[in-house]
Write a new protein. Structure first.
Length: 135
């Protein structure tokens, strides 16, 4: 989850870099008549490369944001089942907190937190992978 959020920032910076690059502007690229350019000209190749990179980065950003949204929705479904499932997963998996630290904070034993984490991870896997996760 943290890596997905980090990837979003990286993708946004790369898209911004392309949009602000010294090459042909995006508006110029969109309005460019390819028939006016000589075949295989450096300008045409640069335009195609820039548009392709922008398309790939934009699609990756969209896919990553969708994955984050899917995780958030799964966490909310878990919270409906048991609020502790969400709390334990967010704190121990996403935020990487120690079970002992969390157990002191929410006044549960480490064994209870470990059991809750196992149940929550199993339910989370089922939400993403379906019945295959139970095998």
């Amino acid at each position: 989850y943290r890596k997905l959020n980090h990837a979003v920032g990286n993708l946004q910076r790369q898209i911004e870099r392309i949009e602000q690059s010294e090459g042909p502007t995006l508006n110029a690229l969109h309005s460019m008549k390819l028939s006016d350019l000589p075949k295989s000209s450096p300008q045409q190749e640069e335009a195609f490369n820039m548009l392709y990179k922008l398309q790939v980065l934009t699609q990756s950003l969209h896919d990553t944001l969708r994955d984050i949204q899917d995780i958030d929705e799964a966490l909310e479904i878990l919270a409906e089942e048991n609020e502790l499932y969400k709390i334990v997963l967010v704190e121990t998996v996403i935020k990487k907190r120690e079970i002992t630290e969390l157990s002191r904070e929410i006044d549960y034993s480490t064994r209870q937190i470990s059991r809750i984490k196992h149940e929550a991870l199993t339910m989370f896997a089922v939400l993403f992978l379906g019945i295959i996760a139970l095998e």
